[in-house]
Design a protein around this ligand. Sequence first.
Ligand code: PGA
Length: 251
Amino acid sequence: MRKNIVAGNWKMNKNLQEGVAFAKELEKALAGKTLKCDVVIGTPFIHLASVASAIDTNKIGVSAQNCADKVSGAYTGEVSAAMVASTGAKYVILGHSERRAYYGETDATLKEKVLLALENGLKPIFCIGEVLEERESGKQNEVVKSQIENALFNLSAEQFANIVLAYEPVWAIGTGKTATPAQAQEMHAFIRETLAAKFGKEAADNTTILYGGSANASNAKELFSNPDVDGGLIGGASLDVEKFLPIIEAF
Ligand code: PGA
């Protein structure tokens, strides 16, 4: 059966020393606890190697927040999936709405990034979600379905088994305006149906689908109690151990 995951996305926050200190503090806080979910932290690229060597990455998975859509070569400023994997990171967040909106990432480039991540043994945490306008005009299902189809439907069932999805309604990210548990459940169930139609019911049932967007210690329990919500991708509330820990313990 599918895993529950609580993943932090630090975005562009914390310097290297702060990042390493956070990772060690989180590891200490989790020591001896029996958790009902896997824990992942998504750090900036330059933190990956130091964070991965400061902690046991079998207990806390380390994730990049992006990777290049090219293998290697003359792409100044880019970081390849192979480089990410060589740090000890096991995951990579791909298709975050901030990357789509501010850095022009398209379904076509994301499709390449997903393939390269998988080839290098990384698990993509693939983000999908509609903007407010699309939600208000009732197009959320259509938008999310096309994001999935365009970047993931080329995968084999075997490749798809390594994908984690994160439904992040853009209007809920960093706004303090969380989707209601019912809205999250409705969309997650729709995503699972979409996956079942392509990859089969068993593959869909085995896929971890996270919710992201202003999730925090006070709403996590209610969000995670939905049958199709398998955890969270947490931004703001993942930056302090005392805010992140209760979300992990909400399971
Ligand atoms: P937030 O961000 O929790 O700060 O809304 C979530 C995300 O962007 O992954």
